[in-house]
Design a protein. Structure first.
Length: 294
C-alpha cells in the first residue's frame, strides 16, 4: 500500500468551498472557493513545507535555545530549528491524527491526537481540531490536559492567504498597535515597537510591494482580521480570529506567492517569559478558533 506524504486525505465541501484536511499534523492541505485559491496549498504527493496549513501545539513560534523553567523544573526541548538553536512550532506537526467524527456531514470534520509526554514537555494532552464549512471555513482547536500535573500551553496555526498572484502586487490590510522586533540571526524577541506610522502600518490598506515581514503583532483590538486583495480582479482572502497575537510572514519561503497569517494565543518565548501563557490544570481545556473566507 502506498501512503501519501501527508497521510490520509479528507475532502470537505460546502458553501462553494472545498477544503482538504490531512492526517499528518491534522493539517489543511488546501482551501478554494468556486475553484479559486483562498489559502495556499500543496500537492497530495508532497509533504507540507514552509509550515503550509499546519497546526502548532503546544506552543506556536519559537522557544529560544529550547530551554524554559515551569513550576521550578528546568526543561530542555529538542532543537527543531537547529540553524537558529530554537525549538519551533510545537510537537504535533508531523504526528498522525485520526478522524473522530462519523463522516455524515460533508461540510464538517473532526480530527484528534493524544500528545504524550516527551523530553522537555512531560505532559499529556488530548487535542482536537474541528473543521466546518459554511459561508467560510472555521477551524476550532481544543486542548484538554489529561495528565496529573499542570501544563504550559499555547496554540497557533500556519495558513497562507492567497488570491492567486504574487503578494507584492496585492493590497494588505490589518490593524495592530505593536510589532515584536526580533534579532536578525536567531529571531529572538527583542521588544515591542509601535506600528502606527511605520513601514508595517497597513491599517488603511495599501500595496505590499517589497516590504518583508516576519514578525508577531499584538494590540489587535479583540476580534481582528487580515485581508489580502488582488487590486485588479477584486479577489480577496480574509482571516479572522480573536487571539491576542498573530504572526505575519511575507512568504519568502514560498516565493512570496502567499501571505502567512498565523493566529497565536501567545508570543514567541512564552514558555520562558510567561506572557499570555495558558496553564492547563488537570482536567482543564482551552479552545480557540479562526476563520478564513474568500
Amino acid at each position: 500500500m502506498n501512503v501519501s506524504p501527508s497521510g490520509e486525505q479528507w475532502v470537505l465541501r460546502g458553501g462553494g468551498y472545498e477544503a482538504t484536511v490531512v492526517s499528518v499534523g491534522g493539517g489543511l492541505r488546501g482551501l478554494t472557493y468556486d475553484g479559486h485559491p483562498v489559502l495556499l496549498g500543496y500537492g497530495e504527493d508532497e509533504a507540507a513545507h514552509a509550515g503550509i496549513g499546519q497546526h502548532l501545539f503546544p506552543w506556536p513560534n519559537r522557544i529560544t535555545d529550547g530551554k524554559y523553567t515551569f513550576e521550578g523544573v528546568a526543561q530542555q526541548l529538542y532543537l527543531t530549528e537547529p540553524a537558529r538553536q530554537n525549538a519551533i512550532h510545537g510537537l504535533t506537526r508531523w504526528a498522525n491524527w485520526l478522524r473522530v467524527d462519523d463522516g455524515s456531514d460533508p461540510a464538517a470534520l473532526v480530527v484528534g491526537h493524544r500528545l504524550h509526554g516527551q523530553p522537555g514537555y512531560p505532559h499529556q494532552l488530548d487535542l482536537r481540531l474541528d473543521y466546518r464549512l459554511t459561508d467560510r471555513l472555521t477551524v476550532t482547536a481544543t486542548a484538554t490536559n489529561i495528565g496529573r500535573s499542570a501544563a504550559p500551553y499555547g496554540y497557533g496555526a500556519h495558513p497562507y492567504l492567497s488570491v492567486g498572484r504574487p503578494i507584492d502586487e496585492c493590497v494588505l490590510e490589518f490593524t495592530a498597535a505593536d510589532r515584536l522586533e526580533v534579532s536578525a540571526d536567531r529571531m529572538q524577541p527583542v521588544g515591542l515597537t509601535p506600528v502606527a506610522g511605520s513601514e508595517f502600518d497597513f491599517s488603511d490598506g495599501r500595496g505590499i510591494g517589497a516590504t518583508s515581514i516576519d514578525n508577531a503583532f499584538t494590540g489587535l483590538g479583540g476580534a481582528w482580521s487580515v485581508s489580502l486583495t488582488d487590486p485588479d480582479s477584486g479577489a480577496r482572502s480574509v482571516l479572522t480570529s480573536d487571539t491576542p497575537w498573530m504572526q505575519l510572514f511575507t512568504g519568502e519561503a514560498v516565493g512570496r506567492t502567499a501571505l502567512a497569517v498565523e493566529p497565536m494565543t501567545c508570543p514567541p518565548d512564552a514558555f520562558i517569559t510567561g506572557q499570555d501563557l495558558v496553564v492547563l490544570k488537570p482536567g482543564e481545556s482551552h479552545t480557540t478558533s479562526f476563520s478564513v473566507a474568500g
